[in-house]
Design a protein around this ligand. Sequence first.
Ligand code: AMP
Ligand code: ZN
Length: 503
Amino acid sequence: MRPMGVRSATLSAPGLVHKAGPVRIFNTLTRRKEVVKPLKDKRLGMYACGLTVYDFAHIGNLRTYVFEDVLRRVLEFNGFKVKHVMNITDVGHLTSDADTGEDKMELGARRERKTAWEISERYAKLFLQDEAMLNIEKPQIIPKATDHIGEMIKLIRLLEKKGYTYVTDDGVYFDTSKSRGYGKLARLKLGGMMPGARIEANPQKRNPSDFALWKFSPKGSKRDMEWNSPWGVGFPGWHLECSAMSMKYLGKTFDIHCGGIDHIPIHHTNEIAQSEGATGKKFVNYWVHAAHLIVEGKRMAKSLGNFYTLSTITDKGYDPMSLRFFYLQAHYRRELNFTYEALDAARNAIESVQEFVRKLNEHEGPKSDTRVQAMILHTGVRFVKAMNDDLDTPEALAVLFRFIGEMNRFMDEDLVSKADAKTALKLMFLFDRILGLNLKRSLEKAVLPERAKELIEERERARKIGDYAHADAIRRRLRDEFGVALEDTPQGVKWKKSQVPAS
Ligand code: AMP
Ligand code: ZN
């Protein structure tokens, strides 16, 4: 008979969840941690604002998408069925989050001498590849704003009928003075000045916080992206897009809406105003926001030019999982400062976890000890407790590393049987359902395909003659086609199986 503790019913997601207690999450709306209770059964609708696809995603954006992925994984681990919708913003997000400046898509198009349509197609595809490389579970629905213009026009008509709108020379606006509770998410005072929303930018605006639902194409010029509407040719406002798409796929009231904290005062505030104005119902139950990735004290942002992309990092030989691990080391509601030293530390840490997984897998030992089994179970519960407590990833990782330390000690003392090591391994893989670090990959025997070998040799030759551009191109090719990452060390070039090859 197996000693008490680690029966497989307990060492399963439902078993651990049962002992760890419910998921609680910090709701920006109430400024409190709340137990997640779905509107319906065990189902949760979750909407995430997707990337504005006028350029590469930077690793700040990707921090937010990894956080959303971890949230989804925690909820799924707890037995919820999550319907995850993430849009693609391919029109209407102006260079200022308020209604001034240029459409970012047009900016991208001019920069690359392409049409806005070509830009959006290219960067949306690259963004989804980045997500796959970071092992982010693909949202079930990825709607594009430009495919939902009809829904947006309908929403404006509804708001117009209810008396929320007015027309100026440059567009149709939402009158925030008519919206009850406007600004409740950000705790704004009506009429207060919002970042970027200066009244003199458009003297026809009735209140500084009013925002565009529809903007007219500039007189005398034709945009790449424009549509007819009952009010004139133009394009939708950015906030309206998310209201239309989220309600279409998740209903008038849904469970969870997430994004980065920069979206609280304008984008999400305005989504609430127009959605609740149109339906007369509460829009979202839980608003969940991630803090920013910063670099040298400043938010990482394309407009500041201080950003790195995922390729910047993989081109230097880092595996995307090191970046994912780096993100997880900080709580999502805390700012996180990016440095290469910190990324190196994350790489070392994840490599020691992978090493531990291999060690467990190969471990042989006849003796079993009840202390080991009790510790495995205890660790499982503590880990899930930490994750269920507003996604406390730093605490969960601390639990994980203590576990590694204790298991190593027990193994040194010859107290771990083969079966117990397998149970510990099972626990590591259970954790990884939440962490998403692809730990199973550490057990794959890496075999280098012939063609990849040739490419590595070709790269070595290119480096010898100083053709670094060619060498870098080969490195990228190895990564994208073969999922192989290269690292140049004093002992020569090393390779390892890296991320999922780009599809
Ligand atoms: P955008 O393309 O501007 O709509 O941004 C896409 C997502 O990335 C949004 O959820 C933003 O809140 C988020 N975001 C933007 N900058 C950062 C940053 N430096 N750190 C973390 N998240 C960010
Ligand atoms: Zn949005």
